[in-house]
Design a protein around this ligand. Sequence first.
Ligand code: NBY
Length: 810
Amino acid sequence: MLTKETLKKEIEEALYSTAGKSFAESDLTDKYYALGNVVRKHTGKIWSETGKNQRASKAKTVYYFSMEYLTGKFMEKNLEYLGIYEVVKDFFEDHDICLGDLFDIEAEPGLGNGGLGRLAVAFLDSLSSMSMPGHGYGLRYEKGLFKQSIENGYQKEEPQNWLKEQNIWEFKRPSEAVEVRYGGGIQVIPIGKKFTFRHVDYSIVKAVPYDTPFIGYKNHNVNTLRLWSAESTEDLNLKEFSKGNLCGAFNKIDEVKSICQVLYPDDSYYDGKRLRLKQEYFLVSAGVQDVVRKSVNNGIPLEELHKYTAIHINDTHPAMAVPELMRILMDEYYMEWEQAWKITVKTCAFTNHTLLEEAMEKWDISLYRDLLPRIWQITEEINNRFLAELRNVHRITSAEAMDKLSIIHQNTVRMVNLSIVGSHSINGVAKLHSDLLKERELRHFYNIYPQKFNNKTNGIIHRHWLLSANKNLADLTEDLIGPGFKTNPIQMRELLKHSNDKQVLDRIMEIKHENKKNLSKYIYDTTGIKTNPHGIFDIQAKRIHEYKRQLMNILHVMYLYDKLKTNPNMDMVPRTFIFAGKAAPGYYIAKEIIKLINTVARVVNSDLTIKDKLKIVFLEDYSVSLATKMIPAADVSEQISTATKEASGTSNMKYMMNGAITLATLDGANIEIMKEVGENNIVVFGLKDYEVYDFYQRGNYDPQSLYFGNPVIKETIDKLVNGYFRVPYGEFQPIYDSLVKYGDRYFILKDFESYMQAQRKIGNMYRNKYQWAEMSLSNTACSGAFSSDYTIGRYANEIWGVKTLTPRKD
Ligand code: NBY
């Protein structure tokens, strides 16, 4: 137990050693670093004990390979999980320091784009909190996802320099660096009747690991997130340097450093850049080498690697883990192909996160072969053997099936195919998504490998999104049902017993109102816009993408505004529509949608005639921290993607947990949310998955007939191009064209009528305060099922074979 007195001593000591100052002399930043050092110290011992325990037990361990990790800030979480939050808070309060101000000093590492990166962190959090041996591998990008600002309504991007100040959570481990090889050629060397392969003329990049402890929730367990950074093996090209060619001397170093310079800002979009391939192989090679080295050092026989180790491939970005593991087993440990292949497939498992065609990774053979000659050879051999298996074992004769299945296709390497062939498990991230993989997108694979396919619906960290983000709601929950839900969140269902208790419902509305007031203040401080917390806060915060249909949302706002203009005395619950999210810098239409939202906002927010009944806010630079402020304040959660397009969604679960009512299409995990909470506690609308597929198949969707046939639609959409918004001529023409001219690929016009109806329903329901509060309570109560602890329980049981390892205190 850490007491205030010992804490005081520890912080004073840390201040002397990190800042060379006494408590009285130090500023807030000094204190932040000192506290960080105290936390490091307390973490270190548990971390070391966890490692020793995991090694000694030889328990099966999962290594999660992901190009992205959206961690959020660490300080608050680490204090909470170590169980020292209260004493730290008391201590600083005694000195009139608010912990929140201290937390604000930390830079948030934005090492991910969106859902995929956040899910990876939820999984590490759950693994550690459930005392399971599981660690993450990723890249230590110097610049995370760009910082977004809005200028004149447009998105502007700036590099996000999260490492500018010292990062107190990482531990550099130079002694555990490994070498990653690029380029060169392969020599075939005969040994008797066999061959070995020698990689020659390659260039070397040193991969240096930086470890971040992932603390479990009050359970004396600390796992590791290991991020690799690229360093040159030669300090300088001395020859060039002594010739006075300074540029030449530094060139190679710059080239090496570029590998971990920056995160690619694409979400659900594949862009076949050489540097990206270099990054992916850097992660895979460093990680797999590390896994094999650790196994060997711990006395694990490589013939049985799969009994001790699982490698998880988070979408296809780390798919080269398959040929890389083959390479190491064969070239470095002289294993035969057949044996190495069995071990590799039993070790690797793969998750698919999207059905979008434009997100599928396909590498040009020439690029792949030149950069990674040995990996190419192995990939080609995997494919040759796979094609033979298709003919000889599965008796496939159809050219169409062979074509769909082949890993190598039209001069590209298809990474989904490689991942499926090289793994024993492939899962989608929500029931609908997994069903569509089996029945449609990957049905040829399902036909030959039905046993590989399974579903693992995503989850969220309830410790973050409820216990920490919404302390008042968590306290109320504890008052009503006891503390059990904190470690077993399914117990939140017991809240349903209080559905009819007006006192409880009043309290729920009070808490929501408090949260809305806090967000209102943030909105005012950052944008100058005044919002009314007595009205509905309707939020859509996520990456800007056509399939997520922020456009449909803002078109509906334009329609509402028009109605209010025509009838300013219209009886309407005041509404604030809040948006946030980044657009990929190269995604032109997405950036135009941001400009449109801000344009509508400027007009509506400054119109005094509508008497503050409608407000529109775009909050810039969406991040985990910002989400933590927004989600607890939402009355309505907009989850309105075109059916079949959103693999799962996870923010939908976070809003539900915080008592928002979901306005949803029947897409991704929305369907499972509806099943949990019941049809009366969610508002659904729009095309169903089979209807969308039907339109695609028949090619008979005709948005123009809707446009010309429905005056509301026409009048709303015409405002994009008829000068209504006093923007430069043609500004929103591309948006208009995407709907009217280019076929409305995401069925915005088709779903518009039913979306308007759903919005009307929301407005009416909100008028009945107790009915709304009861729905809100039901949503919170039924959200426990979406804790990532349960998701991880299923991955561990059904895919990895990983178990809880009772922590041992030495
Ligand atoms: O993964 C998201 C899905 O869209 C979302 O529905 C799901 O809930 C979430 C977690 O399973 N996918 C996603 O975030 N994808 C990416 O972030 C992504 C990033 C980069 C690239 C492709 C996809 N890339 O090719 O560079």
